[in-house]
Design a protein around this ligand. Structure first.
Ligand code: NAP
Length: 263
């Protein structure tokens, strides 16, 4: 019953399934491809044709494999929830993360001013090569003060770490700023200052994945601006354990891709 595709076409999948009618939040039937049904470390997969799109022509299959989940999450976090526009001052925490790097690509493509945090000076250097204006190491006690010397405050903050560092984001936010958060890599948030939130009229937005319209807008942005996902490494399927070890040590800069052809 599938039309518009031929056997052998190179495609990309929208992993955000059954979102439902409300663009503000996914409905009760929502699923992420691979969770809770079907795994994505698979040679074959069954999926509705409405979730299948032509692969952006400028991307290799490995680059395309890196894009869907992290790219969609980044797109909604930065634009729909964060409200990034041209000239916004954007802060992205933990730039070595897969989704964080897509936020960087999309913010740079939108001509925003972008600053990052990382555990590694080398990763900050790579982010600057990709268009970031600067960055600081979040392991330093006074990383927030260091960031203030680079930028006097941020209009949009995209965070996937949470943890105790989140409270500093409230100080770094400009009055009226938006903070979009979609992860908890560093654990629960502590010591949040209520007065920073209400006096500065901050908007803190939880965000997860995205709608079909956002997926299509993300693909369109990637194609029109010729954005290439940052790939840290590609592992054959038989070395999948090494890929997880690398991710656990947070050594990666960008996406770790598994090649299922090399079982
Ligand atoms: N809600 C959703 O839709 C959604 C979608 C995708 C991911 N997520 C969640 O988002 C988080 C990130 O996932 P990911 O796959 O993009 O990342 P990832 O590739 O697993 O990378 C995690 C990154 O977090 C950074 N990090 C670690 N501790 C930090 C801290 N204390 N402060 C700031 N940054 C810190 C590190 O950055 P450096 O290497 O630069 O130090 C690390 O590279 C996870 O919690 C994941 O479950 C949620």
């Amino acid at each position: 019953d599938v039309s518009g595709f031929n056997i052998g076409d190179e495609v990309i999948l929208n992993p955000s399934l059954y979102w439902g009618p409300n663009e503000k939040v996914q409905g009760p039937d929502y699923q992420i491809l691979g969770f809770p049904t079907q795994g994505t470390f698979a040679e074959y997969i069954s999926i509705g044709s409405e979730y299948v799109y032509a692969k952006p022509k400028h991307l290799s299959l490995e680059e395309a494999a890196a894009l869907p989940l992290a790219g969609l999450t980044a797109y909604r976090a930065l634009f729909t929830r964060g409200g990034c526009v041209r000239d916004s001052k954007v802060l992205i925490t933990g730039i070595g993360g897969g989704a964080a790097l897509f936020v960087l690509h999309f913010a740079v493509a939108s001509v925003a001013q972008v600053y990052v945090t990382s555990s590694s000076q080398e990763k900050i250097g790579k982010a600057i090569d990709l268009g970031a204006n600067g960055g600081v190491i979040y392991c330093n006690t006074d990383w927030d003060q260091e960031l203030r010397t680079l930028c006097d405050g941020f209009d949009v903050i995209v965070d996937s770490a949470a943890g105790k560092g989140f409270s500093k984001l409230l100080d770094l936010a400009q009055p009226g700023a938006s903070i979009a958060m979609f992860g908890r890599t560093a654990g629960n948030m502590t010591d949040l200052s209520p007065s920073s939130i209400f006096w500065k009229q901050l908007s803190i937005h939880g965000t997860t994945m995205g709608t079909t319209e956002e997926f299509e807008a993300m693909l369109s942005l990637v194609s029109s601006k010729k954005i290439f996902p940052a790939i840290d490494s590609v592992y054959p399927a038989h070395d999948i354990g090494m890929a997880f070890e690398k991710m656990e040590k947070a050594e990666q800069f960008g996406k770790i891709v598994i090649n299922m052809e090399e079982l």
